[in-house]
Ligand binder design. Structure first.
Ligand SMILES: *[C@@H]1O[C@H](CO)[C@@H](O)[C@H](O)[C@H]1NC(C)=O
Ligand SMILES: *[C@@H]1O[C@H](CO)[C@@H](O)[C@H](O)[C@H]1NC(C)=O
Length: 137
């Protein structure tokens, strides 16, 4: 009996560690005022049940976008991002949590973390944005 529990535990731990969240291979460079897509996806998503996706700025911990209980929680979002940051709603069920950010500003430069929770599993990826034309004048 103890042995079975032990094996079961190890299997669960392996699963818990196993969520691979994919992001871009390098920093994204985009001009001021343009739109960028911050990639974040998982290979397979069996169900949106228990799914939570959080996009945060790494430097300030600002919440850029939150998806919880089957919908985007715009009220929890930092105001500055409310109108500018969107998910591709129809892509979510395909495990694609890429974020569309409009009207890029110089203060958007930095690192963003996309954290995905699927029931007991979680994983994250970091996306770096560089705004072209900043600091050149
Ligand atoms: C977030 O930023 C801090 C300080 O800039 C850095 O030490 C840390 O490694 C970053 N984390 C990630 C996941 O990039
Ligand atoms: C996610 O969706 C966006 C918008 O449709 C698309 O540009 C991107 O390629 C998709 N990423 C993946 C991994 O399917």
């Amino acid at each position: 009996m103890h042995r079975t529990n032990c094996v079961l535990m190890s299997v669960l731990l392996m699963i818990t560690d196993g969520l691979i969240v994919k992001g871009p291979s390098g920093p994204l460079v985009a001009p001021l005022g343009s739109s960028v897509v911050l990639p974040c996806s998982v290979d397979q998503l069996l169900s949106v049940k228990g799914l939570e996706v959080e996009w945060r700025r790494n430097d300030s911990d600002t919440l850029v976008h939150l998806f919880q209980d089957g919908e985007s929680r715009t009220e929890a979002q930092q105001q500055d991002y409310q109108d500018r940051a969107h998910f591709f709603t129809e892509e979510i069920q395909r495990g694609n949590f890429s974020l569309h950010l409009d009207d890029l500003r110089s203060e958007d430069e930095g690192r963003y973390t996309c954290t995905v929770y699927i029931q007991e599993e979680s994983g994250e990826t970091v996306v770096e944005i560089k705004v072209d034309g900043v600091g050149e004048y």
